[in-house]
Ligand binder design. Structure first.
Ligand code: SAM
Length: 496
């Protein structure tokens, strides 16, 4: 059989497939093999299992699990580079066979990681399982690649002054599962954050990442998102097709609604956005059009240069301490004004950043903070925008922020440029408030296109509901997006 190509996935048995990959050619393996199943238990449970999981899901009888594991892992050992590593996920019931195979084949165990997730099944007579094992192994411990500062610099601190670098390197990883309601189901799915973390610590751009058991294709999709090469196998045709479509269309999620065709006009009559000719399909099209242009914006934003650039063009917000969000607005203005009306529609005293079929807002958010919440636009204006256009959109720049300004040189530089501290800063100092460490640079990783509808508002809630300002008037409520709840709304993304 001829050699397989990279940046492709294959609908075949992985042991057969791996035989067509030359020795020492894979940089990283991330995989979540099928479970060993007790077939008697499965039969008694058959209807439940069958209705939830796509037909054809391939599982292995318990007594054959060790042989099965040895077979695929032996191939991995052969094709893995000396500089490479493998991360294997396993529940505790199969762990014994996995550990034995790892040792038998000569892999060296680097770490035994625990992935702690939420929402285990509630149990009455025992404890709830809410973790998974992840064995991080390699062929050569001296040569294996590891990039300790790829996510957090040595000095990276959270806003509360804790070492982010240390926290991220602990071997218990608390990462939520992603729930995709309404999508085609695959049996288990690794959250993208988990894969992203492994990719960043154990691979570089251009490296070849293999997943012998693709399922929904998460490992390949996230590898592609981070500019790695990928290859993988999936034995069940439906899963393979699903993963292939995600990869080909660069879509993180595939929802049925995007399949609405132009002939299904009756459906559109009930689409709220129809008033403005905005079908559901158009959101994705518009997002892609915007994405194509935003792909050209710079990836690394240095604080000083960004502020100077905004100042030079008289962008009104160059004095703002939280320069990253404003700089993203500035970039959107610079790059998108050809295709988007800016500012967007106005509701009372609040306006959207732009209008292109629907109202859009631009926001930037740090990936390396413990905060998963983003304050978006005014709640009332958002509700009005949804009423008028069926939905509103958020263009969200996600990146790694460097906070290193402990000696405050960046802060002093900015203040000098502004001609002194702002009234806001002076007031904070007067109150004895702790001055936030400035963000010195931003390394753009991804721009997401998020669709906000009535359902989103219900799900995410709002910010400042009961707040009052200094004069006693109620503060305006703002939409609060919880990044961990909005996989449903994340329609499209581009990577940097
Ligand atoms: C636990 S799931 C992997 C889920 C995946 N990590 C994801 O995020 O979607 C294991 C997958 O391996 C597939 N599989 C089982 N035996 C296989 C084999 N011999 N070759 C290739 N794929 C196989 C199953 O169909 C299933 O989709």
């Amino acid at each position: 059989m001829k050699e397989l190509e990279f940046n492709k996935i294959y609908n075949m048995d992985c042991v057969e497939g791996m035989k067509c990959i030359p020795n020492n050619s894979i940089d990283l393996v991330i995989t979540d093999p099928p479970f060993a199943i007790d077939f008697k238990a499965k039969r008694s449970n058959y209807h439940r299992t069958a209705s939830r999981v796509l037909e054809g899901y391939s599982e292995i009888p318990k007594e054959k699990y060790y042989d099965f594991t040895m077979k695929w892992m032996k191939e991995v050992y052969r094709i893995l580079k000396d500089t490479g590593s493998m991360y294997v996920f396993s529940g505790w019931n199969n762990l014994n066979d996995i550990l034995t195979a790892i040792n038998e084949l000569g892999f060296i165990t680097v770490n035994h990681i625990i992935w702690k997730y939420q929402f285990g099944v509630v149990t009455k007579r025992k404890f709830v399982t809410s973790h998974y094992h992840c064995l991080y192994v390699c062929k050569n411990d001296e040569k294996r690649k590891f990039f300790p500062y790829s996510r957090y610099g040595k000095e990276s601190k959270s806003e509360r002054g804790k070492s982010l670098h240390y926290e991220d390197k602990e071997d218990v990883w608390i990462i939520k599962r992603e729930y995709w309601t309404g999508d085609q189901k695959t049996p288990t799915k690794l959250p993208s954050e988990l894969i992203r973390k492994i990719l960043m610590y154990s691979s570089e751009k251009g490296d070849i990442v293999l997943d012998p058991f693709l399922g929904s294709g998460q490992v390949a999709v996230v590898s592609k998102m981070l500019n790695r090469q990928y290859i993988g196998f999936e034995i069940v045709k439906e899963y393979y097709e699903f993963a292939k479509e995600r990869l080909e269309k660069n879509l993180y999620r595939i929802k049925k609604e995007y399949e609405i065709t132009s002939t299904q006009t009756s459906l559109k009559l009930f689409d709220k956005g129809v008033k403005y000719g905005e079908s559901r399909m158009t959101y994705l099209k518009t997002a892609k059009q915007i994405g194509k242009i935003l792909k050209h914006i710079p990836k690394l934003w240095d604080g000083r240069n960004s502020i100077l650039e905004m100042k030079k063009t008289n962008f009104p917000h160059w004095k703002q301490m939280e320069w990253i969000g404003f700089y993203f607005q500035f970039l959107c203005g610079k790059y998108l004004s050809r295709i988007m009306k800016m500012p967007g529609p106005r509701y009372g005293r609040v306006e959207f950043d732009g209008l292109k079929n629907i109202p859009w807002d631009f926001k930037a958010h740090a990936m390396n903070t413990s905060s998963h919440q983003i304050i978006v636009n005014d709640s009332e204006a958002t509700a009005n925008g949804i009423k008028d256009y069926g939905k509103v959109g958020l263009i969200l720049a996600l990146g790694k922020v460097l906070y290193n300004d402990e000696d405050r040189t960046f802060q002093k530089w900015h203040e000098a440029l502004k001609g002194g501290k702002s009234k806001y800063e002076i007031e904070r100092i007067r109150r004895g408030a702790w001055s936030r460490i400035r963000k010195v640079s931003f390394d753009l990783q991804q721009i997401s296109f998020i669709r906000i509808t009535d359902d989103t508002l219900v799900k995410c809630g709002s910010f400042q509901r009961d707040f009052r300002n200094a004069g006693g008037q109620p503060r305006r409520e703002k939409v609060l997006l919880d990044l961990e709840k909005i996989d449903e709304e994340l329609v499209y993304f581009i990577e940097f």
